[in-house]
Design a protein around this ligand. Structure first.
Ligand SMILES: [Fe+2]
Length: 418
């Protein structure tokens, strides 16, 4: 990586954040305190009929550079020595979050990036995160090539691990009228779906290679997890057309049974926020794929909503975590719905939908997930990062921890650390 220091970068970012800091301070002055104690139930909806936006239309997918079924082996990305260390440790650790693009105010993204970097440096070598997986909306607002440096390459300049991504609506959207000769996802494909590792012109002085993912929807194969990544396109609520749907069913059918199976999609099936909400379309589409394939994933991950929410969904005798992790950097956080009296939602809270429980959430700070996949369990944590206008700015505080037992398929640990 180039020799730009983190201190220099943060200093250069500081003046750009002043307007946003004032806005965030005002928002916090009027923030509602969260109540604790009694468990409430059934008052809040986590799935909404999506409001269509006329300017968010479906865009044809780019031609895949790889071959069906669009698999990428982690072993083709990490050096053999690191793969051996990971395998010997009995599991694979990752950083995961979405909506990272630091448009308008780059400070939150940089604080989260720096916190992930410190977390990686502090981890024991074999259990250190092996990569960072972004849940879409890498670049705002239109996935522009020119914004890859300020919103991707520069913020992760000092993050040493590989970075993968699924695309979000902003990565595929185009302004109206579209710039001459620019196609949907063009810059995403150049920077994440290269046919061979190389530094793209979008990276500026940063020597991070473009990733070699085989398609806009694709599967990452690791010794401990199969990570199926969808591209839910641009319209609100998402669109998955038949070819991608059939691929998804096939991926679920063929995924190794002895490894954790995750499905990631930018538009969340469940969300109890006040801006986007969950997508009934995405919920129905995924459920249809799970039914057709005869296999539910162990976990569903999404972004799009700029906060953190962890649900447990009861499906027959299995508990399946559905996680929204969209607080990776975009400056504006999305508030959660409230109790009828205006107080903040207690957790855990049963949702309006049958068998769905909101276990925990963070809607007042950006942050990142840290997950570890082992043979018999998945361990999950969320770290909230103190905002720039708060004391101890940039400090990562673990605000959620959970363990999914893959044999019983129950969430056996679920708690908010003090
Ligand atoms: Fe989004």
């Amino acid at each position: 990586m180039s020799g730009i220091s983190k201190d220099d970068r943060l200093a250069s970012l500081k003046w750009r954040s002043e307007t946003n800091a004032v806005r965030e301070l005002l928002a916090r002055m009027f923030a509602r305190p969260r109540r604790t104690g009694d468990k409430r139930s059934g008052k809040v909806k986590a799935v909404f009929k999506q409001r269509p936006y006329a300017n968010q239309t479906f865009h044809d997918l780019p031609r895949p550079p790889g071959h069906h079924p669009f698999h990428l082996q982690l072993a083709d990305i990490l050096p053999p020595s690191q793969m051996r260390l990971t395998t010997r440790s009995g599991g694979l650790t990752t950083h995961i979050v979405g909506d990272t693009g630091g448009v308008n105010n780059p400070v939150p993204q940089q604080l989260v990036a720096d916190a992930m970097e410190r977390d990686l440096a502090a981890s024991r070598t074999a259990e250190a995160p092996s990569f960072f997986y972004i849940l879409g909306d890498v670049i705002y607002f239109y996935g522009e090539a020119a914004n890859y440096y300020p919103q991707f390459y520069e913020p992760y300049l000092h993050y040493p691990a590989p970075i993968f991504a699924i695309p979000g609506n902003h990565d595929g959207d185009l302004p109206t009228p579209a710039p001459q000769g620019v196609t949907s996802l063009e810059a995403y494909m150049n920077n994440f779906c290269a046919t061979a590792p190389h530094v793209t012109p979008d990276a500026g002085p940063v020597d991070r290679d473009a990733m070699t993912q085989p398609n806009s929807y694709w599967t990452l194969l690791t010794p401990f997890s199969t990570m199926v990544g969808l591209y839910s396109n641009v319209p609100e609520g998402g669109v998955i057309k038949e070819d991608q749907f059939e691929w998804l069913v096939s991926e679920l059918e063929n995924a190794p049974k002895e490894r954790a199976l995750l499905v990631s999609v930018h538009h969340p099936p469940f969300s109890a926020d006040t801006a986007h909400g969950g997508s009934q379309y995405m919920l129905d589409t995924l459920d249809r794929a799970f039914k057709d394939s005869g296999r539910h994933p162990d976990m569903v991950l999404s972004g799009h909503v700029h906060n953190y929410q962890r649900y447990t969904r009861q499906v027959e005798d299995r508990e399946i975590p559905y996680v929204v992790a969209g607080g990776g950097g975009y400056y504006n956080m999305y508030a959660m719905q409230t109790n009828p009296d205006g107080s903040a939602l207690d957790v855990p809270t049963s949702m309006y939908e049958t068998g769905l429980t909101l276990e925990n959430y963070v809607d007042d700070r950006h942050g990142f997930m840290k997950m570890r996949f082992e043979r018999e369990r998945i361990l999950g944590e969320y770290y909230a990062v103190t905002e720039a206008n708060q004391p101890s700015a940039g400090q990562a505080v673990r605000t959620d921890t959970f363990e999914l037992d893959l044999k019983q398929h129950k969430v056996v640990t679920s708690r908010r650390p003090p």
